[in-house]
Design a binder for this molecule. Sequence first.
Ligand SMILES: [Zn+2]
Ligand SMILES: [Zn+2]
Ligand SMILES: [Zn+2]
Length: 725
Amino acid sequence: MIDIDDFLAIQLEAWPMAKENFLKLDKVKTKCISTGDSSWVLAQCNPARIASTGAKVDAATLKARRCFLCADNRPAEQHRIDWNGYEILINPFPIFPRHFTIPAKNHAPQRISGRLEDMARLAAEMPGMVVFYNGPKCGASAPDHMHFQAGDAAFLPMFWQECEIEWVEEGIGVPKSGLPGYPGAIIVAGDNPAEVARRGEEVLALLPEDKESGEPMVNLLCTKRYGEWRLWIIPRKAHRPSFYGDGEGQMLLSPASVDLAGVYITPRLEDYRRIDAETIERTLAELCWTNKEIRQLLSQLPAKEKTVKVGLLSQDYVRVEFVGGYWHGSEIVEGTYNVAAEHLSKPMLFKPTDSSKCYAEVKDVTIGVNFHWQRKENQRFLGEICLMPEDGKITVINILPIEDYLASVISSEMSATSSLELLKAHAVISRSWLLAQIEARENQTHKSHCQGDVTEDKIIRWYGHTDHKLFDVCADDHCQRYQGITRQTTPYAQQAVDETRGEVLRYQGELCDARFSKCCGGVFEEYESCWENDHKPYLVARRDDVDENNYPDLCNEEEARRWILSSPEAFCNTHDAKVLKQVLVGYDQETQDFYRWRVEYTTEELSELIARRSGIDFGTILALEPVERGVSGRLIVLRIVGTKRTMEIGKELEIRRILSESHLYSSAFVVERTESGFCLHGAGWGHGVGLCQIGAAVMADKGYDYRQILSHYYPGSEITLINEK
Ligand SMILES: [Zn+2]
Ligand SMILES: [Zn+2]
Ligand SMILES: [Zn+2]
């Protein structure tokens, strides 16, 4: 931080003229003008300001004079502090008790474009000060040399008549009821300079441009208080009021940031005497926008890009390396952070200073939990990182735009060899699913992880997706596998996300719960067979083939047996290695028989397995009996008959969980008793609801486009954009 008081003291000792002007501030005539029930502004008579208020700023005048902000032309007594391409100088004709002029090092015109972040960072360097900018036609007395100014924030009534702010959207607001005596304004708030600058630029881009300068006419004021930046944008309609001048009935009033923030400076005593509430009202009406006009303008603001919060891991100890500079509060951090759970009492947020360069590497992330290939690796992430204390551990959350998240998810869930149309179909369903998770959290329509009906002789349960409290989705297979930018995004995945940007599936206006699994087995399952009894008209039975309505009644035991034991035509009935490689990434590829499969157990093996997986002692297993099947032939309820007890279990995932070390391919199976035990003959892989990944890969290979693929698997659905219903 810059020691401005020290600088000011030393400078005034060395420069008698400036010192005299600062001392004279005490004698400046000041009056208070009431502009409303409880609001007021100040007027000051400050003859030393004649040079500024009366400044001629036409091109010819500027050309003829020597620039007083260029280092070569400044008095020998003037000191400076160098700061990032700017020079901090005291203002020898002050208004504020502490008043600085901060010109750019080089002689370049007064333009704000690309300099908002500098402004915000200056505000952080000078606590208690307001850094302000007067546009070339909005009060700048040196429109030919880029400069900011800074003065005591508490000097300006606008900052201490705490006006209530109405937030139009996150981080952007307008003064609530409008403060009489003050101009219409836009307030951009944020907790780091880059974000404030980015949002500020968006607002400036909405304002009409002045042809001559190429930028909107504005006065800007920026403060940093209590860890928060606030940028006040005061749009202007005109440079000076119609009554500006030194003739009869005229006034030397040329408002800039200071005036509009409540201190009207008049160099001439007669103007000072005449200025009143009516003068202020007229000035504002001629020069500024009303809050109503500003509200209309803000309605055109581009919607903030939707972000997703992804839970990466939860551990006792977390190690993260920040590369490229991250905002942490108002500080920039880089390098490795080691945090132990017992030392984390509140959330820590890290925001990239430059999203095109920064990334965070989270060390020792466990991947493939409970799979044979479980291991630890370092993973890299774009976007923000938040460390949250939760249940005695640290939860690491990655916050990033949903389109970036999707490109990564599609890359890691799908093979690099996948066809574009298949990836596009996946991008749309991943986006739909993701948005549904985010909306569920926003609307707090949480379902508990595990639901169902458990009694003495029955366990019917299913597992919900929406059980995360601190974030929208996790990075595991439970939600969608996400590894940030650890592996390169494949070009097709990026293209698929770009070409379907913002597209989601809706059914009669409602977001589709776009489920998918590896292989349906020939007919799609219905939603209610796997989860709660909530019929979804777009998740229903259909033959996975050209002839969609040609399928038997698989709820019927005999029909199901015939179906499962045969190998009917279907898109997903394929052994085409080229197509399978698109869907079965890496570790999954060993699995070739998924359309029809078999698993054998001896009676001892099965009895031991069921006891261990269910935690229930059935004794020796005597029979596995189908009780109820869904439309794809998948078992919804299975009766397990043992020597010690008999129970019914469901739904499909519970059956698959109990009958295998990891998960049985599907619950669409028939049981054959063998000499040594049991043989399960099955069909399909996964729950079979919604899109069948292998079938979709075959469709894409046959030349169907992503719209045709989606309308096959989600009948009656429509592709719409996120923001339209
Ligand atoms: Zn200059
Ligand atoms: Zn999850
Ligand atoms: Zn299929």
